[in-house]
Design a binder for this molecule. Structure first.
Ligand SMILES: [Zn+2]
Length: 376
C-alpha cells in the first residue's frame, strides 16, 4: 500500500550463544534465535502480526504469529554438509513456543505451497513435535517433496481432530480469494487475521508456453503453488510459494482488478528466481517490504542459492523500482545466472535470509511496520 508508515529497522547486536546450541548444529542459527527472542520479548504483542521468515537456508518456512495463534506456511529448507534445515526449523519453533507458552505448542495450521523438498522437508518433524490443527496443500502427491506432502495428507487418518483441505484453482471462484474454517482457523478477539488462497492446483493444462528441463509449465508443481494473502487490520502480505511466470500472469488477470494483490509484505516468489516475479505483479502489489527466502550465495554446493543464482539481479532491480522504503544499507551478492554473482549495494527495503538471517516483519493493525533481522 502506498500510505506512509513508520518503518524502524533494527540491526541487532550479536548475542552470546547459550542453551539453544545443544539443539542445533548451527552457531549462526543459535545467534539468530537468541537475538530475536531477546528483541521480540520486549515488544508489546497485542494487536501485532509478526511474519517470521525463518532462516532455513535455500527453502521456505514462514511463521505467522498473532495474539491468538500461529500459522506456518511451508516447512522447507536446505540439507547438506553446510546446513540442516530441520534442526534449524525445530530449534526456531521451540524457541518461539518457549516465548509464547500461551499457544501450548500448537500451530493453528500448516499450509504447504507445493510438493518440492525445499518446502516440505520438515513436515514430519513439525507434525511429530507440535500440535497442528489444520493442514492445507495443493493436493498433489508427486515431486521432490512428495514424501513430506504425502505424510501431511495421511496425518488426519490417524488424527481425527485434524482437518485437511486440498486447494484446487477450480474452487477459487471469488477473485479476492477463497477462505473457510480450515484455510483460516484463527479467530482473534480484537483484530481478526484474514487468510485467503488465490491460487492452487490447476486441473487441466491452460496451454502455457515454454518447455524447461523437458517439462511443460503445467507439469511443474511450482505453477500449482497455493498462493496465500494474509491481512491483519490495515497490514497485508502475499506469499506466492514458487509460482512462475505463466501462472503469475493468469493470477494477475484473475485477481489484480479486485485489488487483492495490493499488499505490504511480499515473499519474493521462487526465491528471487528470474521467473518468479513480474513487473506487472510489482505494480499490482506496490509492496512496502520484500523478503527473499534464500541460502547464502557463498555455499558453493548443489541445490543452493549459489547453484541457482538466487536472488537474480533483474528481480532485485524490479523490486527496487517499486519499493520506496529504505533499509539499513547492506552489500549483497546478486545472481547473473547460476553460479555467477556480482556485488550489489542495497538500500531499498529488500531483505533476505541469505544475508540478513531470519527476518521478522512486525505489523500493527494500523499498518505501522518494524523489521527485525537476526544478522548472519
Ligand atoms: Zn522452492
Amino acid at each position: 500500500m502506498m500510505t506512509h508508515r513508520l518503518l524502524l529497522v533494527l540491526a541487532l547486536a550479536i548475542m552470546p550463544a547459550c542453551t539453544a546450541a545443544q539443539r542445533t548444529n548451527s552457531p549462526r542459527l543459535t545467534k539468530s534465535i537468541e537475538a530475536l527472542a531477546g528483541e521480540l520479548k520486549a515488544e508489546d504483542s497485542a494487536e501485532v502480526w509478526r511474519t517470521h521468515f525463518i532462516d532455513v537456508g535455500q527453502g521456505l518456512a514462514v511463521l505467522h504469529e498473532f495474539p491468538c495463534g500461529a500459522y506456518l506456511i511451508d516447512a522447507g529448507g536446505e540439507h547438506d554438509d553446510k546446513f540442516d534445515s530441520n534442526a534449524a526449523l525445530v530449534a526456531y519453533l521451540d524457541a518461539f513456543f518457549a516465548r509464547r507458552p500461551d499457544l501450548h505448542n500448537t500451530l493453528d495450521a500448516l499450509l504447504l505451497t507445493h510438493p518440492h523438498v525445499d518446502h516440505t522437508r520438515g513436515v514430519e518433524a513439525v507434525l511429530d513435535r507440535y500440535q497442528v490443527r489444520n493442514l492445507i496443500d495443493n493436493g498433489q502427491d508427486f515431486g521432490s517433496g512428495a514424501d513430506g506432502q504425502k505424510f501431511l495428507q495421511a496425518w488426519p487418518r490417524s488424527h481425527a481432530d485434524v482437518h485437511y483441505r486440498a486447494i484446487a484453482l477450480a474452487d477459487i471462484v471469488d477473485p479476492k480469494g477463497l477462505s473457510d474454517a480450515v484455510i483460516d482457523p484463527l479467530r482473534c478477539p480484537s483484530a481478526d487475521p484474514d487468510f485467503r488462497v488465490l491460487w492452487g492446483r490447476v486441473a487441466t493444462d491452460p496451454g502455457w508456453p515454454g518447455m524447461r528441463f523437458g517439462k511443460t509449465p503445467f507439469q511443474n508443481s511450482n505453477n500449482h503453488s497455493v498462493v496465500v494473502r494474509v491481512a491483519y487490520g490495515k497490514a497485508s502480505g502475499l506469499f506466492t510459494g514458487d509460482l512462475e511466470e505463466p501462472a503469475i500472469k493468469d493470477l494477475l488477470a484473475r485477481s489484480a482488478p479486485s485489488g487483492a494483490l495490493d499488499i505490504d509484505i511480499y515473499q519474493v516468489g521462487h526465491h528471487g528466481s528470474i521467473n518468479g516475479t513480474l513487473p506487472a505483479l510489482c505494480q499490482a502489489m506496490t509492496p512496502e517490504v520484500a523478503v527473499f527466502a534464500v541460502g547464502p550465495s557463498y555455499w558453493q554446493i548443489p541445490w543452493s542459492a549459489w547453484k541457482y543464482g538466487h536472488p537474480r539481479r533483474e528481480i532485485v532491480a524490479m523490486l527496487e523500482a517499486v519499493i520506496v522504503r529504505k533499509r539499513k544499507p547492506i552489500d549483497i551478492m546478486v545472481g547473473i545466472k547460476g553460479e555467477h554473482f556480482e556485488p550489489h549495494h542495497l538500500e531499498a527495503a529488500l531483505y533476505g535470509t541469505g544475508w540478513d538471517g531470519t527476518v521478522v516483519v512486525e505489523s500493527r493493525v494500523d499498518g505501522r511496520q518494524r523489521i527485525v533481522t537476526a544478522g548472519r
